[in-house]
Design a protein around this ligand. Sequence first.
Ligand code: HAM
Length: 467
Amino acid sequence: MAKEVTQPPQLLRGMKDIQPADWPYWHRVFDAVRDLAGVYGFERVETPILEASSLFNRSIGQDTEIMEKQMYSFVDKSGDSVSLRPEGTASVVRSYIEHGMLNLPQPVKLYYLGPFFRHERPQAGRYRQLWQFGLEVIGTDQPVTEVQLILLARAVYQVCGLDSRVQINSLGDKASRTAYIKALQAFFRTRKSELTEEQREVLLKTPLRLLDSKDPKILELLTDAPQIVDHLDDASRQHFVKVLEYLDELEVPYVLNPRLVRGLDYYNRTVFEIWSVDDELGQSALGGGGRYDGLVEQLGGRPTPAAGFAGGIERLVNKMKESGVVPPVWHPEVFLAQLGEPARKKMLKLFEALRSEGIRASESMTKDGLKPQLEMANKLGVPYTLIIGQKELMDDTILIRDMENGIQEIVPYDKAVAEVKKRVSRVQANSIRPVIGQIKPDRVDLTDKLEDLPLLAKDHDPDIDNE
Ligand code: HAM
């Protein structure tokens, strides 16, 4: 029988592996989010990836692009209609209601980090599985909330080596939004002949989406179109002015973008996006958020104002790579090389002893010859290599080689840990945790300090946009 030719399995379109060389970047982001969220008083929450489809139907909005085109929804084995979560806010609000967080001191500040799913057309910075870090503040209508969300998000970007800028707008309350939609429809109706069939339909069904259009014709028309800020109700206007006052006070750079409406129905009042300063073409926001005062009630809770933000992690990592940010990587302090089976046993023990003393050792226990092991030590750029050859085995000693000057010293095996400890000078800036913990602006960019160190992922081929 002819053998069937089988292709190796491949990634689904729009999905990507986070490969080992990427993880220093990802860890830097995760650590920055965890540390800074803690500093700003946020607690972690993680909700399931799979939720009842109705949760998203009821929150994101039927006419949004996500609900119309991008949901991964299916009927599961129990006959329930379920969906892979396309975003986190709806789930966090569900969790807030379901666990009675209303009874906790308000506001409740929550953050999360995880994968989300949108069946989008894959392109640079757009994936079908995307990771976000999200921040939600539920239980306050104070304008200072949006400002703290912006400050926290910008601090994350700063710790990750990126300078960011804010785009901001206000959508007002439901009534002012409805009034604005009417004005926008009236404006475009007088220019109907200049719209395509598809655009006419958008005008009828989801007119605010025209503001997001990239079509040059629409962009031209929009210069004369009514602006939402001119339709704000008084309370929303006052709220927006307060937000801007705080931003001015803190000298946060922002741009008022009257076209910013965001693609989710639950927003009211303030909406904002954060962009990398060098995203000249304005291709993709690092993250976005806003106020969603009606969502808790819409999902069956008591009326509870709230605001939040979510940042895309792939986009952030891509930007870090593009900007030449070098994340800190794990860097061994000593390398262990051995010759022969009995020496390997002694090295296995020594590795454990070093580990329990907090010394980071790299090893090559699976290798036999000394030459490949020393080559590996060289490549790693460790300051010291510990060697047990036949002679050391017989003498119950260990050879400590200073890799910089080639000087070798023989010390008793049972003194090895103490001798290594004495020699190893800690390169603190080279370890991920302490570095990420530093959030003072002048301590943030460690790129220069780290540049000289070997084994950094700076030559890594950023291939993730090649879909
Ligand atoms: P969003 O604007 O839909 O907002 O997504 C936030 C961020 O996730 C985007 O700015 C982008 O960085 C990233 N993102 C979205 N879609 C993709 C994709 N297909 N590929 C790569 N990255 C993507 C929300 O999700 C709201 N839940 C944010 C929020 C939280 N509002 C209030 N609280």
